[in-house]
Design a protein around this ligand. Structure first.
Ligand code: G3H
Ligand code: 13P
Ligand code: ZN
Length: 328
């Protein structure tokens, strides 16, 4: 059944587990995520970005979610908008049956200009007012996602690889987080602690300098009842890099967020963990393997089925590691 982010994360907080939020763009990813949830009896968050909505088409995406909900009637499913950037994006997601939206006001709607506190708190508060009337949850973001290692990752600070914001400006300030939750009444709060989107987060196994999990603990101490969200939380597993490169890929060596750091976060209020890149890599590795070993193959099902299987395996692993398994 469909549930809101608030319902799901309240349960997760009560029982001390985290919930992966997997990105969805197509049927294969949807089937793989739900098969993994079913196999581990896990509640799940499926999230679609603005890019996913235009790729799959809102109508087709909404019907796909209807199908997944009908196919798995006793798995709690939260359908979430990832990185909404303006009121209309959030409103139309609600019209298409999303039970949760993210209003990311860390940048202006042009996707480039860094927003000030007033802009972010104002637009997020307006989305909360609108969404709560419709019984829909809202995730807000305070702080700027982006790697603390210069030149790495996709930055949200609007200045590409040069990154004009310093170390401290990229991390969420705990006092500002308290003010933001009070001003906006968000159901969940995304915070910045040094991760970035994509595969290239860190040039070595991250330590406390570049992955500032201490920030999570400081925020949780001040906001013990707020559900925290970690973006950019793919682990970028070495074995998936290896499979992709063995079958003709060219990924440069890179490090993601170690699962044990996420587990540490879950002990300190992290309830929603966003993962897209790991699943992209799992599917790509499986598809490359089929293409390399069977170059005469041209039936899409012959490579999409192994891709789904690889994604299902990754999702099962995360449900188990985050303690989600068994809570459906
Ligand atoms: O926010 C990042 C997610 O990985 C979604 O990526 O905007 O390319 O769909 P996307
Ligand atoms: P990754 O790129 O680390 O998978 O992060 C995804 C994300 O944060 C989506 O909002
Ligand atoms: Zn994100």
């Amino acid at each position: 059944a469909r549930i809101t982010l608030r319902q799901l994360l309240d349960h997760a907080a009560e029982h001390g587990y985290g919930v992966p939020a997997f990105n969805i763009n197509n049927m294969e990813q949807g089937l793989a995520i739900l098969e993994a949830a079913e196999a581990t009896r896990s509640p799940v968050i499926i999230q679609a970005s603005r890019g996913a909505r235009s790729y799959a088409n809102d109508i087709v995406l909404a019907k796909l979610i209807d199908g997944l909900v009908e196919l798995h009637p006793d798995i709690p499913i939260c359908m979430h908008l990832d990185h909404g950037n303006a009121e209309p994006t959030c409103a139309t997601a609600i019209q298409y049956g999303f039970t949760s939206v993210m209003m990311d006001g860390s940048l202006k709607a042009d996707g480039k200009t860094p927003a000030d506190y007033e802009y972010n708190a104002g637009i997020t508060r307006r989305v909360v007012d609108m969404a709560h009337w419709a019984g829909v949850s809202v995730e807000g973001e305070i702080g700027v996602l982006g790697s603390l290692e210069s030149g790495m990752g996709e930055k949200e600070d609007g200045h590409g690889a040069e990154g004009v914001l310093g170390h401290d400006q990229l991390l969420t300030d705990p006092d500002q987080a308290v003010q933001f939750v009070k001003d906006t009444k968000v159901d969940a709060l995304a915070v910045a602690m040094g991760t970035s989107h994509g595969a290239y987060k860190f040039t070595r196994k991250p330590d406390g300098e570049v992955l500032a999990m201490g920030v999570i603990e400081a925020i949780h101490n001040k906001l013990p009842n707020t559900h925290l969200v970690m973006h950019g939380s793919s682990s970028v597993p070495e074995d998936l890099q290896e499979i992709i490169n063995r079958y003709g890929g060219q990924m440069k060596p890179t490090w993601g967020v170690p699962v044990e750091e996420i587990q540490r976060g879950i002990k300190h209020g992290v309830r929603k963990i966003n993962i897209d890149t790991d699943n992209r890599m799992a599917m790509t590795g499986a598809i490359r393997k089929v293409f390399a070993e069977n170059p005469s193959e041209f039936d899409p099902r012959k490579y999409l089925k192994p891709a789904m299987e690889a994604m299902r395996k990754l999702c099962i692993q995360r449900f188990q590691e985050f303690g989600t398994a068994g809570h459906a």
